[in-house]
Design a protein around this ligand. Structure first.
Ligand code: TYM
Length: 351
């Protein structure tokens, strides 16, 4: 039996609003990453909230990554963030391995989190499959490093897609247990921010599976590096049923593929699914798919073009990530030093 999760304290210390979120550079960015996360990261930044965004390369290596590809994907993801509207002056943008506070706090959290909590993580079960004896230890401990990413900044809000909800619940459990174990009001109990029409973008080949950078079929996803022609083709070939679009969103209930395309349209257009259904009630996919393809190209092509331009100067991307890492370190290091003090570590090394 694992130790039960303790209940939150009644009077959490007031923590200033700070947003943290991350994306794994374990493949190219997809439309799912864009709509479920990146587009919303930009919105939060533009609302004037303090925003810290991280390319979590240490998480990426919990499954095998070719070193040359990993470096390329990390730069490409950084280019994607900037091309989508993240301003490295207003947001802190960096890669995780350059700020060692993450792994240091991650280890401490490994000693707070319980084996039972980790074993219940559905993403671990999905990724490990029948092969759980043979996956890395890092994959098992993944959520405690994720909690460290967030809590090293005492972040209060974490915008993510729906698939990260359980990990964020675990982050809350770790914060609560740390606060209770050490009788402090040190870590905030974070709020997941899961909002908008596309919190779970599904595969274009199977409306019951999440669109994912690790899906073996490239046809299942739209990559932020796809050109206009490829985007158009993938959308036109997307799996759908034979019926026209309904005249009410309730009519999408048992139609996962149709619902997915409507949600993608809504998220790209900045509308609700109900508005999209009002505009396209009764339309055949022969009409709706080209409209969606045009919209997707109009929204994504400028990002892809800018990403390609930025990727021509990898040294500049590295410089931006390095500068972000210095700023991130300045926030996380004092938090970590306080944690070391709370847990009883001697810190006598002269700096
Ligand atoms: P990752 O890299 O799988 O995905 C990054 C973000 O994109 C969202 N997302 C989606 N949203 C909607 N539909 C989809 N099909 C879709 N696919 C991905 C994810 O929900 C996520 O918000 N564990 C995290 C990375 C991480 C992190 C963190 C996130 C590490 N530390 C701290 C937040 C805070 C992950 O694997 O995301």
């Amino acid at each position: 039996m694992s130790e039960p999760v303790q209940t939150p304290q009644t009077s959490p210390a007031p923590f200033p609003t700070r947003i943290f979120s991350g994306i794994q550079p374990s493949g190219g960015l997809t439309l799912g990453n864009y709509l479920g996360a990146l587009k919303r990261f930009v919105e939060k930044q533009d609302e004037g909230i303090e925003t810290v965004y991280c390319l979590v390369d240490m998480h990426a290596i919990t499954v095998w990554q070719d070193p040359v590809k990993l470096r390329h994907q990390t730069r490409e993801a950084a280019a994607g963030f900037i091309a989508a509207g993240i301003d490295p002056k207003r947001s802190i943008l960096f890669n995780q391995s350059q700020v060692t506070a993450h792994v240091e706090l991650g280890w401490i959290f490994n000693c707070i989190a319980r084996m039972g909590w980790m074993s219940r993580m559905t993403q671990f079960k999905d990724k490990a499959g029948k092969n759980s004896e043979n996956v890395s230890l890092g994959l098992f401990a993944y959520p405690s490093l994720m909690a460290a990413d967030i809590l090293a900044y005492k972040a209060t809000h974490v915008p993510v897609g729906e698939d990260q909800k359980q990990h964020l619940e675990l982050c809350r459990d770790i914060a609560i247990k740390f606060n209770n174990d050490y009788k402090v009001d040190f870590f905030p109990v974070v709020e997941p921010v899961i909002e908008g029409a596309a919190t779970r973008v599904m595969s274009l080949r199977d409306g019951t599976n999440k669109m994912s950078k690790s899906d073996p079929s490239d046809q299942s996803r739209i990559n932020l590096t796809d050109d206009a022609d490829t985007i158009g083709k993938k959308i036109r070939k997307a799996k759908t049923d034979m019926d026209p679009l309904p005249d009410h969103v309730d009519g999408l209930k048992d139609r996962p593929e149709a619902k997915n395309l409507v949600n993608i349209y809504a998220a790209l257009a900045g509308h609700t699914p109900a508005q999209v259904i009002r505009d396209y009630a009764g339309a055949q996919f022969g009409t709706f798919k080209p409209a969606l393809a045009d919209l997707a190209v109009a929204k994504l092509e400028p990002i892809t073009t800018e990403m390609n331009r930025l990727m021509k100067d990898p040294a500049e991307i590295d410089r931006i990530l390095g500068e972000g890492a210095v700023r991130a370190d300045a926030l996380a290091r004092p938090v970590l030093e306080q944690v070391y003090d709370i847990i009883g570590m001697i810190r006598s090394k002269p700096f």
